[in-house]
Design a protein around this ligand. Structure first.
Ligand code: HEM
Length: 576
């Protein structure tokens, strides 16, 4: 009998150990770590609304946002911070400029102070900060382990591999021509839409199609029609993931079966199947005796395949940092998503602002006519049109061989030149002002994987404990009257004119549509070239006026978008 009991205990031991471990992990994650972080922050005077067990302040945030976005805005005002970040407005008033709120069990420390923001995003903290579990879980199905959600050494490696696809010398070449061709095609489709029925179009849908066409062609060597299903699946997955992630704060909820999860699994299977097919096709072409990069082009997919080719030659195909097929699939998902949605939103908001500011529309159109005449924009036109003063091609010679450090420095040089030389012309000023008022990414999150200190050296100091996330409310910084002046909520592109006193905040790191530092947007130069080319083509093709149907209702669903789209009246101009 005694032997029987002992046998039973022995048999149950592994299960007991497993349960004890699970209980310990749960207590650490959901009680001890939050307690440690709360105490460390409170000791520095960083306070916030009292969190509830497990759910934190999530419900309060959701209720505030639901109330502020329930209806469209009564007027076409650009004062949108209270609407989109009501919790930020409320808690920064109650608890000061640095405060903490809890997204489930994840503490989010809100920081706007310029020095701290710059330091957090600098290379000093690049390896010890990154994306949190909650964020990665929330984006798992439509981004996977791609660059946006990678951390540490894996992020560094992935960034080094993809960066050359977005270097300025590549953009000077075929990319601009492809962009102009796609924009011309979109303008023709919009003319046809006008010809078919009335003179109004919903410009957001056209810009989404156009941005998709451009990224599919330049980076993946395919057309929008081929990629159409891929974009559709990514969009649907994004929507379903947002719904199923609402309960991520419940411990273990990621394993609960639900109708969303089943649907996500099905759609993700279809998406990955399509991407694998297209990768295999490119690989087969590459295997026909040519090198992967020459066979697949210098676009992103070509670079990724070249990387797997290199690994094969080195005999380390799927090592820890190697590129196996799943990593390429995840990277494709990431770039289809990142290269499509944000650019489409920038173009949509820019057209809305031009449609409601006819004098700026005329100025920008006059500039396009003076620089391009009757021809579509080319790489040579862009420096004259805009901010994107592309550096001479030889700056990037031998780029594949430069060390990763040097490569990133090159990117900074390009971006520096880009920002310092190019903020001159009307179109660039319009693009910058659009990105300031309606930045597609309204928040920048960074989780600290180690204790880090921001500020100090005579100024305010913040010790961010390991496990806390710092959230930079970009939208609030872009609308801060103390930074931009009393007209902060007005569309005033001339604030980006050279010598204008309001340009100072830009230099002081208060203009962050693409983040900053080593983990800034890798597609920044690409997105700016694209915006310039597309807006130049649209301005040369149409006069825009905002439709009477337009309801101003910006909402933040991962990115800042117009809830009801942007219907505009189009007056086609004589064709080029
Ligand atoms: C107007 C257009 C765009 C805006 C406003 C924008 C904004 C941003 C921002 C704010 C980040 C930093 C996000 C974070 O760290 O949390 C980012 C990262 C990124 N963006 Fe963009 N983006 C744009 C266009 C593009 C395009 C066209 C591509 C690619 C074709 C792209 C690819 C990426 C990638 C891969 C990252 C992750 C970089 C890393 O973590 O190292 N973006 N973008």
């Amino acid at each position: 009998m005694a032997l029987g009991v002992a046998g039973l205990v022995l048999a149950a031991l592994p299960l007991l150990l497993l349960l004890t471990r699970a209980a310990w992990v749960a207590v650490t994650c959901y009680y001890l770590t939050p307690l440690r972080i709360r105490r460390a922050l409170a000791a520095q005077g960083v306070l916030g609304p009292p969190p509830r067990p497990l759910v934190g302040n999530l419900r309060h945030v959701s209720a505030l946002v639901a109330a502020s976005t329930a209806a469209a805005m009564p007027s076409l005002s650009h004062d949108i911070v209270p609407r989109l970040l009501p919790h930020y407005v409320l808690w920064s008033k109650s608890y000061g400029s640095i405060f903490v709120y809890w997204y489930g069990s994840e503490p989010r420390v809100c920081v706007t102070e310029a020095g701290m923001v710059r330091e957090l995003l600098s290379s000093r903290h690049a390896h010890v900060t990154g994306k949190s579990w909650m964020q990665r879980q929330g984006a798992k199905h439509f981004i996977g382990r791609g660059l946006i959600m990678a951390n540490g050494a894996t992020w560094w490696h992935q960034r080094r591999v993809v960066a050359p696809a977005f270097m300025a010398d590549r953009l000077r070449g075929r990319v601009v021509a492809h962009m102009a061709e796609c924009a011309g095609k979109a303008a023709r489709a919009m003319r046809e839409a006008v010809a078919r029925g009335g003179n109004e179009v919903e410009v957001g849908a056209h810009m989404a199609r156009l941005a998709g066409d451009i990224v599919a062609r330049t980076e993946f060597g395919t057309s929008y029609d081929t990629g159409k299903r891929i974009f559709g699946l990514i969009e649907e997955l994004q929507r379903l993931t947002a719904r199923s992630s609402r309960y991520l704060w419940v411990p273990g909820s990621q394993y609960f079966p639900s109708k969303y999860r089943r649907e996500i699994k099905r759609l993700n299977g279809e998406l990955e199947g399509l991407l694998k097919e297209s990768i295999e096709r490119s690989r087969e072409i590459a295997d026909e005796g040519r090198t992967p990069s020459s066979a697949c082009g210098t676009g992103l997919l070509g670079m990724l395949l070249a990387e797997t080719g290199k690994k094969k030659e080195e005999g380390t195909n799927s090592g820890e940092l190697g590129y196996d097929t799943q990593t390429i699939v995840d990277e494709c998902k990431t770039f289809f998503f990142a290269g499509h949605e944000t650019s489409a939103l920038l173009l949509t908001w820019a057209i809305m602002l031009l449609a409601t500011n006819p004098s700026w529309q005329d100025k920008a159109r006059a500039e396009v006519a003076a620089v391009c005449g009757n021809a579509p924009p080319t790489a040579d036109h862009l420096p004259k049109l805009t901010v994107v003063s592309l550096p001479p091609a030889n700056h990037a010679a031998g780029r594949h061989r430069v060390s990763s450090m040097l490569m990133l420095s090159c990117i900074y040089v390009y971006i520096y030149i880009y920002i310092s030389i190019c903020i001159y012309k009307q179109l660039q000023m319009v693009i910058n002002e659009t990105l300031r008022l309606y930045p597609p990414a309204t928040l920048l999150p960074r989780m600290a994987f180690e204790d880090i200190t921001l500020g100090g050296a005579g100024g305010e100091e913040l010790r961010v404990p390991r496990g806390a996330s710092v959230w930079i409310p970009v939208l609030a910084i872009h609308h801060d009257e103390a930074v931009w002046g009393p007209d902060a909520h007005e569309f005033r592109p001339d604030r980006f004119a050279p010598g204008h006193r309001a340009r100072r905040p830009c230099a002081a790191g208060r203009f962050l549509p693409f983040a900053s530092g080593p983990r800034n947007c890798v597609g920044q130069a690409y997105a700016m070239v694209e915006a310039k080319v597309v807006l130049a083509v649209m301005l040369a093709s149409f006069r825009f006026g905002i439709s009477d149907e337009y309801r101003h209702a910006p909402v933040n669903v991962l990115t800042l978008r117009p809830r009801h789209g942007v219907p505009v009246r189009l007056l086609p101009l004589p064709q080029q």
